[in-house]
Design a protein around this ligand. Structure first.
Ligand SMILES: *Cc1c(COP(=O)(O)O)cnc(C)c1O
Length: 355
């Protein structure tokens, strides 16, 4: 049976990418070696890394002002590493608290220096995006573009005069964006780009070397930039698969192409949700996420019957995060529109049977 994979992360990757990656693990381009058993400094892997960086640059249309590196430690390490590299010792940074990941970022940044939370939606369980005004004297503004767990998403880039830093882990490469508005973007690979194990960091050169802080070598962006992500052994497999996914994106038409498909998926899902009498969305409709749609059954007693139907239809990964409950349909780039149609059909059929 075909499985429709709505997993929130690690998330679905294109089938053809997994095919090629499997081949590369067994015998990389007829070298007789696996990609994961050769030197990362050899021509084969250096070429993979160069292609990955070039694809990131091309897809996001990055100017030479930006550096692109692949690190380890997940997006969670960036919660600490970003302020360590960007926050001056006598200044402060502004943060928006819009969900679990945003609040984890705040917690770690506070270990480094002074943080001001300029807006929070915590008191309503992060079901909306707060109003805020950006202070002009902060070192930077940090926000989370898509709140993976709660299912809200910024519908536009915050207007701001100070440098903008964004955790884009769960919506990077999901639609065209103006990357020139950001001073730094980071994203764990495993939501919308590749396997877990690498984190993409895009940072403007002018942001670095200004804190006066002596940085541990491994936590210093400049070190990784100088060594082109090869200061130590990079996570070769996740970078390889990320490169293949970015190539898939480019070959199919890049961000305009995927943005249109993701818009269709969003419209298809939320229209069906709003028309269905048995279900309701959990967040303010104007800020619903394109990537992670969170929803509930009005009557919790129907959950086991609904879950049985999901199993029957091959719908996988729909369980909501434990802090929200209910359901979460993650519709990352590699999830086809057809899978969303299978889900909305199942929800409609369920309403027919039980309405
Ligand atoms: C998943 C996620 C994280 C955490 O990523 P790790 O790579 O597991 O550290 C951080 N931010 C967002 C927005 C996420 O979706």
């Amino acid at each position: 049976m075909k499985i429709h994979n709505f997993s929130a992360g690690p998330g679905i990757l294109p089938a053809e990418v997994l095919q090629e990656a499997a081949q590369g693990v067994l015998n990389y381009q007829n070298t007789g070696l696996s990609l994961i058993e050769m030197s990362h400094r050899g021509p084969e892997f250096v070429d993979v890394m160069d292609q990955a960086v070039a694809l990131v640059r091309e897809l996001l249309n990055l100017s030479d002002e930006y550096d692109v590196i692949f690190l380890q430690g997940g997006a969670s390490l960036q919660f600490y590493m970003a302020p360590l590299n960007l926050l001056s010792s006598n200044g402060y940074a502004a943060y928006l608290d819009t969900g679990t990941w945003a609040s984890n970022a705040i917690k770690e940044a506070k270990r480094v220096g002074k943080i001001e939370v300029i807006g929070s939606s915590k008191e309503k369980n992060y079901t909306y995006l707060p109003a805020y005004s950006v202070p002009s004297d902060a070192d930077y503004l940090h926000y989370t573009s898509n709140n993976t767990i709660y299912g809200t998403q910024f519908q536009s880039i915050p207007e701001c005069e100070i440098p903008l830093v964004c955790d884009m882990s769960s919506d990077i490469f999901s639609k065209p964006i103006d990357a020139s508005k950001f001073s730094m973007i980071y994203a764990g690979a495993q939501k919308n780009m590749g396997p877990a194990g690498t984190t993409l960091v895009i940072v403007k050169k002018e942001m670095l070397g200004k804190t006066g802080r002596s940085l541990p070598t491994m936590l210093d962006y400049s070190v990784h930039i100088d060594k082109e992500s090869m200061f130590n052994t990079p996570p070769v497999f996740p970078i390889y698969v990320s490169m293949l996914t970015l190539k898939w994106l480019k070959q199919n038409g890049g961000l305009p192409w995927i943005g249109e498909i993701n818009r269709q998926k969003r419209d298809c899902f939320y229209e069906a949700l709003d028309a269905n009498p048995l279900f309701k969305g959990t967040v303010e409709p104007s800020v619903r996420s394109w990537m992670n749609a969170t929803f509930l059954l009005n009557d919790e007693r129907m959950e086991s019957a609904f879950e049985a139907l999901l199993n029957e239809r091959g719908i996988s990964g729909l369980k909501g995060h434990r802090s929200v409950g209910g359901y979460r349909a993650s519709m990352y780039n590699a999830l086809p529109l057809d899978s969303v149609k299978v889900l909305t059909q199942a929800m409609n059929d369920f309403a027919q049977q039980h309405g």
